[in-house]
Structure formats: structure tokens, C-alpha cells
Design a protein around this ligand. Sequence first.
Ligand SMILES: [Zn+2]
Length: 229
Amino acid sequence: MEEQEIIEDEPQFSPPVPAGATNAGAAGSGPTDGLALADEEITINPDSPAFAFAAPPPEAGNPYLAVLHRGAKGLKVVATDDKSAIRYCMNHIAIELLTDKDGKPAAREGSKDNPKGFDQATTLQLGGSNRTADILRAGLRLPLPAKQTHRSTAEALFDALARDPKTRINIQWRARCGNCSVKGGVQYQVQGERNFPQLPDGSRSHIWTCPNCKGEVSANWQPVKYMPA
Ligand SMILES: [Zn+2]
């Protein structure tokens, strides 16, 4: 329950970055660099709904080779709720897939065929371990700190992320209705590609209709398991 409250902070979808727009304006080489990109021809697919995000890669491609980066939210301390004294740490991780569903080199990160993924690795203990320690040990084959605290374990991962380490991951499709995600209310979500609507060709649609508000929700993907690269 508590962990769901954190995940709510996560942007549900990562919109695909238009071709050539990576780091546009961020390199600091002048405003005209960004403006030049605005002259690039864009193609609008009339059949594509304006607010649908790119489909996640198929789960059938698991495991994917991936590279991890520090996410925009970095490392932070989280309180489970106001009344509780429990504090733990969370690393925001941005994940780039390096392979496609066939194990071949993936399309450019952030493109329609390779939407970015995110993870929020906490040090919240679950079954004698925590996600941060699992990523360090199982995913990155790195030692845990000699003295394991929420802070030291999270900082070990934060340091490792600065080196953009490679790992293998199993991914899962997830969609959560933002319209219904009122605090204390019922939140509708679906996870697992096979639970999404089947298309005539047998594949699954990443667009899902919330049974509560009938709103359209687009799936993103999240890592569910980390393994050595
Ligand atoms: Zn809804």
C-alpha cells in the first residue's frame, strides 16, 4: 500500500522523443540549434490517436539487455506516511533498452520502437531483502556496503548508476488509470501484456479502457527482474 503512494509520483508514460530532439537545447550551444529542429518535416499518422504513447516492447523479448542511468528524481529519502517513523531511500532509475524483442540492437532510445522505462528502487525491506540490494547484487554483480543502512545501500546504487551500468531485465506492461487515482479512492490498473486487449492479429493493444471511468489508458513498461548482463 505504502509503496503504491510513491509510484503515483511517477509519470505514467514516457512520451516518445521526436527524432533528432534528444538533448535539444540542453547542450548549451545556442538557441538556434533547437530552432533548427523545428524545421524538420514531421509525419502525422491519421490513424494514430494524438494522446496514445508508444507501445512497450513485447514481454516475449525478455530478457532485454539494458543500460541504467540516474533518473531525473535522483536519490531521495521517503517517508511511508505522516504517522509512521519509517524512512527509506529511493533511487529513480531511467532505463534504456539496448536490444529489441529478437535480441538484436534496439532502435534509438526514446523512439517509437524503443520507449524509455523507469524504476523506483527503494530500500524498503521485503522478504529479507530490498529492491536496491537486489539490483546491486543480482543485476550489477556489485558488493553491498559493509554496513548496510538505507542510506549506504541506496548510495551504493546511486554511485553505480553514475557509471551507466549494463544489466539484463525482464519487463512487464503496466497501465494505471490516472483519472481514478484519487488518494483513498479505488485505482484501476492492469499489468502483464497478456491482460491487455487482444488485437485481430493476436498481439496485444497497449491501450486499455478503464472499467470505472471508461478513460483510455496507455501502458508503459517496468522492469520486474534484474539479471547480470
Ligand atoms: Zn479510471
